[in-house]
Design a protein around this ligand. Structure first.
Ligand code: FAD
Length: 395
């Protein structure tokens, strides 16, 4: 039986990009996916916030991410549907605009405050009565599943093996992970990379390891093609996501099997794709259960009410409630690298802004992994490695 250089578990954006980059670097790679459509990638907006760097590391990687996206359609020989759009961050009537201006100053290229009239010129569907102002910046966008399909096709052309099977466990001999088990068989490998989004926690628990990787339950409404146009990506200007994630990560509630960690957040937003379908969002629930912790009808009503206030044209549009899990870490940086205390096992997950960050990080990670180096040649992987946190044995 073939021993793979690397088995990558999970075919969301992270696994698709990394498996391609490893195959391109000459490795024999097996990509395993369980075929669950409810993934973070599948229901993502697909926005690329290349302007949103806040440190030297994130600014360099986000700029590299945009440059990488510009190459990908040609390199992968498939259209990722990359385009530039306006991001419109809507300001609620009672919001403190000065504190929002200050909050946006931290970014490499801060979004600009504009009047309601200017916001309406960018997005004619906005109800002028519903907002006090907006922030705007040029943003980039891909169709998430077109990008994954493009990576997958190019991976297979390079000789990569892509199996639709769930990893049911990891093969462990002493302190070394030597392969992956599925229902049908075990596959041996030199290195196993877990890139299974929020489900990575479970796979690592199966070998007795607990990593500081957390998740939210995201809920959206997915529409069929609409007979009108929403031009921009709309999201709320007030966004405490990093603060909430840090607060949630510090909580003990994750140890409880079915427990709310911190209260949920509703961010009224919408993005329309080239095929005219739209995703309307979004509720994020910080909850330790893996199954949806809320009533879909109540969630759908709340999401619809919030977006209809700002874009009345969306009132009553057909749509289906969707749920998926989205990972995060306590410091906003991804969680990568060899999992301490065992050999042969890596994690590649926990990305905030994955559509901007995963393509350039996967490229560098493949160099790091195949070169057996302490870092990627440009020195950008080290700060994202798991060993910046302690990893606990899960008893
Ligand atoms: C509504 C919404 C909007 C978003 N908007 C943006 C945005 O604008 N920009 C941005 O950058 N990000 C955005 N995100 C976040 C982003 O899309 C996701 O976090 C990201 O795509 C996650 O990719 P992943 O590969 O880590 O995980 P996932 O996409 O969840 O993929 C994990 C894969 O692993 C598979 N898997 C799990 N367990 C196993 C197993 N045992 N064996 C085999 N396979 C397994 C799953 O089926 C899945 O296919 C958004 C997310 C949501 C929900």
């Amino acid at each position: 039986m073939q021993t793979y250089d690397t088995i990558v578990i999970g075919n969301g954006l992270t696994g698709a990009a990394l498996s391609y980059e490893l195959a391109k670097a000459g490795q024999a790679v097996l990509l395993l996916d369980d075929g669950n459509r409810d993934s973070g990638t599948c229901y993502s907006y697909g926005g690329i916030g290349y302007w949103a760097g806040t440190t030297e590391l994130t600014t360099t990687l986000l700029r590299a991410g945009m440059a990488r996206h510009r190459e990908l359609s040609d390199e992968l020989e498939a259209d990722t549907q990359l385009r530039e759009i306006d991001l419109l961050l809507t300001v609620e009537k009672e919001a403190d605009i000065d504190s929002l201006i200050n909050a946006y100053k931290v970014f490499d290229r801060p979004p600009q405050l504009i009047s309601v009239e200017a916001a309406q010129e960018i997005e004619p569907q906005i109800d002028a009565e519903a907002i006090a102002a907006a922030f705007t910046i040029r943003h980039a966008h891909v169709d998430p599943m077109s990008l994954v399909a493009a990576y997958n096709q190019a991976f297979r052309r390079l000789g990569g093996h892509h199996n639709l099977s769930a990893a049911s466990g990891l093969v462990r001999v002493g302190n070394k992970v030597t392969g992956v088990m599925t229902e049908a068989q075990a596959y041996p490998a030199q290195t196993v990379v877990v890139a299974a989004g929020a489900y990575s926690r479970n796979l690592l628990r199966a070998v007795g390891l607990q990593v500081p990787l957390f998740f939210t339950h995201a809920e959206i409404i997915e529409t069929p093609p609409l007979d009108f146009e929403v031009r921009s990506l709309i999201m709320p200007a007030a966004n405490n996501r990093f603060k909430q994630e840090a607060e949630a990560a510090a909580s003990d509630q994750w140890q409880q099997p079915n427990s709310q960690v911190i209260p949920p957040v509703l961010e009224a937003g919408v993005i329309q794709f080239a095929d005219k379908t739209a995703r309307i969002g979004q509720i994020s629930r910080f909850h330790s259960a893996y199954s949806p912790p809320a009533d879909p009808t109540d969630s759908e009503t709340a999401i619809r009410r919030a977006i209809e206030q700002q874009l009345p044209i969306l009132k009553g549009v057909p749509g289906t409630w969707r749920h998926c899990l989205v990972t995060f870490t306590q410091d906003g940086l991804p969680l990568l690298g060899p999992v301490p205390t065992v050999s042969g096992l890596h994690l590649f997950s926990g990305f905030t802004s994955p559509f901007a960050l995963v393509p350039p990080v996967a490229q560098r990670y493949a160099q790091y992994l195949t070169g057996h180096l302490p870092d990627s040649p440009d020195g950008l992987i080290k700060d994202m490695l798991i060993d910046r946190f302690s990893v606990e044995r899960d008893h």
